[in-house]
Design a protein around this ligand. Structure first.
Ligand SMILES: Cc1cc2nc3c(=O)[nH]c(=O)nc-3n(C[C@H](O)[C@H](O)[C@H](O)COP(=O)(O)O)c2cc1C
Ligand SMILES: CCCCC(=O)C(=O)O
Length: 377
């Protein structure tokens, strides 16, 4: 499955998915690539990018460009982060370790998923001093939640991303048909299996009864009871910036700002949760209008190219999170593959800015784009 080879990776990141399909085992393929239900949301994500077109400008002295930026106190070489994605060992045995190493080498912030196949401590060791954020899936057990926050702080994660579009898993036919859920095999619950508060609740050591550990995780992962009233608890126990991820409605973004959050990530989880949801890029302008001057607005879902990144930034995102393409690079060539994906995206973004007449993403606005009409069916 993970042949020892250095494949010729395409520089067309949108086409990388096709290359990666061949490198992924069937179960991994069924988990990573597909979306919820009929796939309507994932299609809407891509259609929204196709509808917006860049309007290039000329003769604007663009010889020197600067993509660097600061988002909520984190410096980055470009407005780009790696989206939190769990269970990365499904793509490659090195999993998140390869991803964080590639990210660290370039200074691109890595966002560590609660559902990672490697623990906070392993990621901190592999990632060194490079910027790292932590994505929280808030478990129903508050002791375990607090323990996660403490470990994230102790291991150098600066910023918290609370994901809210996954109070339980969406209807994902590719997984349901295969009956495959990695977590029930204790894959993707490394943060739990190394957590003292979690381990203390098990009747037997994990080695003696791994199934019981997985079931215990399964009891505390779905947390549909969370509400806005719970946010002060998080604010009280996390000193750094907090962003809410999985926001599509402008009103939710306003509520996030009203509740003292530092930012939102406009995202529909890459179409993996609600089938038939609004395309993420279609949701972005209203959110940016509602709160863009109060809190940081970040974006993910459907970003595949430098031009896509340009469009999201022009529509009000302060930075963009890259999702599946990272896993495709990882599946094809481990750390080298992730490095390839990040470098391609950064280079293509720089080139798109240059060719469109911008020296920095800071000059982008809605004027940089035009909305193309849908062609008649
Ligand atoms: C395999 C996989 C695992 C994911 N795991 C998480 C996760 O643990 N936490 C989270 O907040 N989002 C998770 N996501 C969603 C991503 O953070 C991001 O929102 C999404 O991948 C963006 O869409 P894109 O892949 O189409 O670019 C996951 C996505 C994939 C593909
Ligand atoms: C239990 C959460 C699973 C990780 C995730 O967010 C995803 O598969 O989309």
């Amino acid at each position: 499955m993970f042949a020892d080879r250095t494949p010729d990776l395409t520089t067309d990141l949108a086409a990388l998915e096709d290359q990666a399909r061949a490198a992924l085992a069937p179960e991994a393929l069924g988990y990573v690539v597909p979306s919820a239900g009929s796939g309507a949301t994932a299609r809407a994500n891509r259609e929204a990018f196709d509808r917006w077109r860049i309007v290039p400008r000329v003769l604007r002295s663009g010889a020197r460009r600067d993509l660097t930026c600061d988002v909520l106190g984190t410096s980055m070489p470009a407005p780009l982060l790696i989206a939190p994605m769990g269970v990365q060992t499904l793509a490659h045995p090195d999993g998140e370790l390869a991803t964080v190493r590639a990210a660290a080498a370039l200074g691109v912030p890595y966002v560590h998923s609660t559902q990672a196949a490697h623990s906070f401590e392993q990621i901190a060791e592999a990632g060194g001093d490079a910027p790292r954020w932590y994505q929280l899936y808030w478990p129903t057990d508050r002791e375990v939640c607090l323990s996660f926050l403490e470990r994230a702080k102790a291991t150098g994660f600066s910023t918290l991303v609370l994901t809210l579009d996954t109070p339980m898993l969406g209807w994902r036919p590719a997984d349901l048909n295969r009956g495959f859920l990695p977590f029930l095999r204790n894959v993707g619950i490394a943060n739990y299996l190394t957590d003292p508060a979690f381990l203390a609740k098990l009747d037997k050591p994990v080695e003696e009864d791994p199934g019981a550990a997985a079931l215990h995780w399964a009891k505390m992962f779905p947390n549909p009871g969370l509400s806005w009233a719970d946010l002060p608890f998080l604010r009280e126990h996390w000193d750094g910036p907090i962003l809410l991820k999985g926001i599509s409605a402008a009103e939710d973004a306003r509520l996030a700002a009203d509740h003292g959050m530092d930012g939102v990530v406009v995202s529909n989880h890459g179409g993996r949760q609600v089938d038939g949801a609004i395309g993420a890029l279609d949701a972005l302008p209203a959110v940016a209008d509602a709160v863009g001057d109060r809190i940081a607005v970040l974006f993910d879902s459907g970003v595949r190219t430098g031009a896509d990144t340009f469009k999201a930034l022009a529509l009000g995102a302060r930075a963009v999170l890259l999702g599946r393409p990272v896993l495709y690079g990882l599946a094809l060539a481990g750390q080298e593959g992730v490095d390839h994906v990040l470098r391609c995206l950064l280079a293509e973004l720089d080139l798109t800015l240059a060719l469109s007449g911008y020296v920095s993403h800071r000059g982008l606005s809605r004027e940089s784009l035009a909305c193309a009409q849908r062609s008649a069916p």
